[in-house]
Design a protein around this ligand. Structure first.
Ligand SMILES: [Zn+2]
Length: 405
């Protein structure tokens, strides 16, 4: 399976993947998914929002156990983020058939569309629409960098954009959704474990900092006469690092725009975007408040006007405790799976996922597979074959426990 996916949407120059929603690479990934489903005698369904479902058993029976992930990528993404979950789902089903497992509930493997939001700027469009967290009107307004709207892109790929919308009936048939994903950090590498269980997705947000000073000549304006917003911005970047470190959180200024953006001009405006995430709301508030307070002091010191705008915010997602504990029990092999005490690490993550979106509607859980460098959203993203196989075994154990009891 890995070999078949390897070349789809891979950019020759960067070696990274460019599998964007409703493009040719996306269509090829979907064809691969369909072929995998057909090869296993599963019933393929394309839902109203363009998510693919491969069913074993009758979906209408209800209380279905669903696993899967996504096949799209960020620009120049790695091979594992998304596809590892889908490939592992098919491999886990093969494993269960090898064990002669008897399914007492319907099982489905899902490929959620447009998870990364690389093309239209909003992540998890497929699951958000299904969960009713994105309205049809909002979705119809999404536009890519070339001015192509989401409806136009869907239509070009043969999908009816007027069919999209919330799908409570579909979600009502699902008893549990388990998403396996490559870890996007080094927690498992540090504990020496191959597989972990997710506890929560950290709350996260984006803030825009506008530092306004005075444009002037870089050669003739005396230092003491300048109102240079770049200085306050630079000090704020350092403050963000300091505040995040103090709180055990993360804070990043990864995007900046400068006006007039001339090499021989003191800037009039420096606009920087802060992305910050922490394990809980109070910590995140403390970090962002600390950065903003420092930024205001630096701005005042340089005669700079500062505006801070929160552009987006996603509260903490706690995965359902009962399902998480059940999974930990199923994977807790050393005591024969009798107690929920964990020899499986339970970890939080700073990255968003379809499982996080769906957790508001149905019980969801996540398994993480060790990533030795923690690098993700990059061609260098990696997981060792042994660890991937351990992930498949863990997922098979979980699915057997949930769907075969
Ligand atoms: Zn992903």
């Amino acid at each position: 399976m890995w070999g078949e996916l390897e070349s789809i949407g891979r950019h020759a120059g960067s070696g990274g993947y460019r599998r964007f929603a409703w493009t040719g690479a996306d269509t090829d990934c979907r064809a691969w998914f369909r072929a995998q489903a057909e090869a296993r005698g599963l019933t393929l369904e394309l839902d109203r929002n363009g998510n693919q479902w491969a069913w074993l058993g009758d979906p209408a029976a209800g209380d279905a156990v669903v696993t899967g992930s996504h096949l799209d990528s960020v620009p120049d993404g790695g091979a594992f983020d998304g596809p590892l979950g889908v490939v592992s789902s098919f491999a886990a089903l093969d494993e269960l058939r090898g064990r002669n497992a008897r399914f007492t509930k319907p099982l489905a493997i899902v490929n959620f569309g447009d998870e990364e939001g690389a093309r239209f700027g909003l992540a998890c469009v497929g699951s958000r629409l299904t969960a009713g967290e994105l309205t049809v009107e909002q979705a119809h307004r999404l536009t890519d960098a070339d001015g192509i709207t989401l409806p136009q892109a869907m239509e070009a790929a043969g999908h009816d954009p007027d069919a999209i919308g919330a799908d409570p009936e579909r979600l009502g048939r699902i008893g549990a959704f388990v998403e396996l994903h490559v870890e996007q950090g080094r927690a498992l590498d540090l504990t020496g474990d191959r597989v972990g269980v997710a506890s929560a997705i950290w709350p996260h947000g984006r803030w825009r900092f506008d530092f306004r000073g005075e444009a002037n000549h870089a050669g003739t304006t005396r230092l003491m006469d300048r109102r240079d917003p770049m200085l306050s911005y630079a000090e704020t970047v350092l403050a963000a690092r300091r505040e995040a470190q103090l709180a055990g959180a993360v804070a990043t200024f990864g995007k900046i725009s400068v006006e007039p953006n001339g090499v021989n001009a003191i800037p009039s405006l420096v606009r920087g975007w802060l992305d910050s995430r922490a394990a809980d709301q109070a910590t995140l508030d403390t970090v962002v408040h600390g950065i903003e307070k420092a930024a205001r002091e630096y701005a005042d010191a340089h005669g700079i006007h500062l505006d801070v705008v929160r552009e987006s915010f996603t509260p903490v997602v706690e995965f359902e405790h009962a399902l998480r504990d059940e999974i930990a029990r199923l994977l807790g092999k050393e005591d024969g799976g009798k107690s929920a005490h964990l020899n499986v690490p339970v970890l939080g993550t700073g990255a968003g996922h379809d499982a996080g979106i769906l957790s508001g509607s149905i019980p969801t859980a996540m398994l993480f597979v060790r990533n030795p460098t923690g690098v993700s959203h990059s061609p260098a993203e990696y997981a060792a074959e042994d660890d991937c196989v351990a992930g498949v075994t863990a997922l098979a154990d979980v699915l057997e426990g949930l769907a075969c009891k």
